[in-house]
Design a protein around this ligand. Structure first.
Ligand code: SF4
Length: 265
C-alpha cells in the first residue's frame, strides 16, 4: 500500500476491490504512532463499532455480534412460521439482515414482505426484541396486525417499588393535556419533546404541592415529580400490551410461539 501511495502510475490499483478492502481493513485495525505501526485496541475504543468493522476480508458485510453468551460473525436470520393448532407449521417468510441490526428495526420489513405476498396474519407472535410501543401502533395502523409480544416493563424505581407511584398510576387526560397524581393533584405543566426521534410528553407537578406532600419519598427524589410519557396512541398501546401479558390466559396465547424456537434450534 505504501508503494501504491508513492507511485502515481499505480494509483489505479486502489480501485481494485481486493486492494480497497485491504486498505480499509488496515485502516480499521492499525494506526501509526511515532512511525510505529500499532494494533488498535478494542477495549480502548480504538476500533470502529461492530456495525462498521469489517470482520472478514472474504465477506465484508459479515459483522461481529453478540446475543447474551452467543457471539458470531455473520448475519441474522428472522423466520416467520405459521402456528395454527390443527395444521402443519409452515415457514412463510425469511429475512436476512446484517447481524448488528436490532430485531425491532427489521419487523416493519418483515411485515411488508408478508403484506406483499398477502400472507399477513391477524396476530403476529414475536419475542420482546421485536416489540415497542410504536411498533404495536404501526402494526395495527399499517397492516391491521395485532402484534403480540411481552412488553418491556417500566424500570423506574417508583414502578419497581410497586407502591402506587409509577407513571401508569397517574391519571392522564390527553384532551385537556393534564395529569392527576395519585394524591389527586393536577399537573403544573405539559411539554411536547422528542426522545431518540420519538415524540414524548413531559409532565411536571408543582413544588407547592410536592414539597409538603406526605408521600413524596415514595413518589420522587426531587423537589417535584415529573413524568415522561409516550404520545397518546403508543402510550395506550403499551399499557394495553402490559395488561395483556399479565393476564392468566397469556401463556395459552404466547406459548404458540414456542414452535418457532424449535425450528430455529
Ligand atoms: S409528590 Fe407530588 S406528584 Fe407525587 S403524590 Fe405528592 S403531590 Fe402528587
Amino acid at each position: 500500500m505504501e508503494q501504491i501511495e508513492r507511485d502515481d502510475q499505480a494509483a489505479w490499483l486502489w480501485q481494485l476491490p481486493a486492494v480497497d478492502i485491504l486498505r480499509r481493513v488496515w485502516l480499521q485495525q492499525f494506526r501509526m504512532v511515532d512511525g510505529q505501526l500499532n494494533w488498535r485496541v478494542e477495549n480502548q475504543d480504538e476500533l470502529p463499532p461492530s456495525a462498521q468493522l469489517i470482520s472478514s476480508p472474504y465477506d465484508i458485510e459479515a459483522r461481529f455480534s453478540r446475543k447474551r453468551t452467543t457471539t458470531w460473525v455473520g448475519y441474522k436470520v428472522h423466520l416467520t412460521e405459521t402456528c395454527e393448532q390443527d395444521h402443519p407449521h409452515l415457514i412463510i417468510q425469511v429475512a436476512t439482515t446484517v447481524s448488528t441490526e436490532a430485531d425491532s428495526a427489521t419487523l416493519p420489513q418483515i411485515q411488508q414482505a408478508l403484506a406483499d405476498q398477502s400472507l399477513l396474519p391477524s396476530q403476529q407472535l414475536v419475542d420482546t426484541a421485536y416489540v415497542s410501543a410504536e411498533l404495536f401502533v404501526q402494526s395495527q395502523q399499517r397492516h391491521q396486525v395485532d402484534l403480540v409480544g411481552p412488553a418491556r416493563k417500566d424500570q423506574k424505581w417508583q414502578a419497581l417499588a410497586g407502591q402506587g407511584y409509577a407513571a401508569a398510576d397517574f391519571h392522564v387526560d390527553w384532551d385537556a393535556q393534564q395529569a392527576t397524581c395519585p394524591q389527586g393533584h393536577p399537573s403544573h405543566s405539559w411539554f411536547h419533546t422528542l426522545e431518540k426521534g420519538q415524540p414524548r410528553v413531559f409532565i411536571k407537578f408543582s413544588t407547592k404541592q410536592c414539597g409538603p406532600c406526605p408521600v413524596r419519598a415514595q413518589c420522587t427524589r426531587m423537589k417535584r415529580r415529573g413524568i415522561k410519557l409516550r404520545a397518546d396512541a403508543p402510550y395506550h398501546a403499551l399499557q394495553a400490551a402490559r395488561a395483556r401479558d399479565s393476564q392468566a390466559d397469556w401463556p395459552l396465547l404466547y406459548n404458540q410461539r414456542a414452535g418457532i424456537e424449535g425450528t430455529i434450534s
